[in-house]
Design a protein around this ligand. Structure first.
Ligand SMILES: [Zn+2]
Length: 245
């Protein structure tokens, strides 16, 4: 597929930035957006990042996003947002949840939007619905600028609420992104072979790579404390090595 992805709003702290609550929309939607783009590209899809960081105001941000989207011929436009207005900073034990907006019911966004909403709900988020919902978690909204003015089928994802402690406690940008990618592509990214081997505890040769990534569990001023940690690791089945720096 060819897909446009953008994070809504200007960056955090600028004019026309996103909602601020326990987490910051403009920070998190960019994290999610980067991860979504990375995973989709890893699967072989062509993805354009249409995020705007320099809008002079809300309307200008929207206008620039639409212009970037329409500069590419794609199968799908994806807008990533976080919602606000739950006013549940303390947490009441249940999430306010996820909703996906689509422009019309007659294109691919109906099925994809539902799959995205369901994949996010599978992380533990409530599917938001009211009488305007097409089905739980999916709403048609022909007025939203990025849905109305983009050429390709478009959807806007309100991942979860920035001002609901239950939503925020559940939130992790990687799992949120993976759910969105599953909704769009119908599959999940395969782990890179090195990742799988690392999870098995195996080392991978550095070959001609420039970096070597060390896993370190502690640094101690007293050698006996280092020895104690080494014993604990060995007892737990890990090889351990004390290095003096
Ligand atoms: Zn937003």
């Amino acid at each position: 597929m060819r897909i446009n992805v953008h994070a809504g709003h200007n960056p955090a702290g600028k004019v026309a930035c996103g909602a601020v609550g326990l987490i910051n929309e403009s920070t998190e939607n960019r994290r999610v957006k980067d991860e979504v783009i990375g995973q989709l590209r890893q699967m072989g899809h062509t993805v354009y990042d249409c995020t705007v960081d320099n809008g002079t105001g809300q309307q200008d941000v929207l206008r620039k996003i639409v212009a970037k989207c329409n500069a590419h011929t794609v199968d799908l436009d994806v807008s990533i947002h976080f919602n606000s207005g739950a006013k549940d900073e303390k947490g009441n034990g249940s999430t306010t949840g996820v909703e996906v907006f689509i422009y019309r019911t007659s294109d691919i966004t109906r099925a994809i939007g539902k799959r995205v909403a369901d994949a996010i709900a599978a992380l533990g988020y409530r599917l938001r619905s009211d009488k305007t919902s097409l089905e739980p978690g999916v709403k048609v909204n022909p007025k939203l600028a990025v849905l109305k003015n983009t050429k390709a089928p478009a959807m806007l994802i309100e991942c979860c609420f920035v001002d609901d402690r239950d939503d925020v406690q559940l939130y992790d940008y990687r799992s949120m992104a993976s759910a969105i990618v599953f909704g769009i592509a119908g599959q999940r990214v395969q782990n890179a072979p090195e990742t799988e081997r690392a999870e098995e505890g195996e080392e991978t040769p550095t070959g001609d790579r420039k970096a070597l990534y060390r896993v370190q569990v502690g640094a101690y001023g007293v050698k006996a404390n280092a020895e104690a940690m080494k014993k604990r690791l060995q007892k737990a089945g890990f090889d351990a090595l004390i290095v003096q720096a």
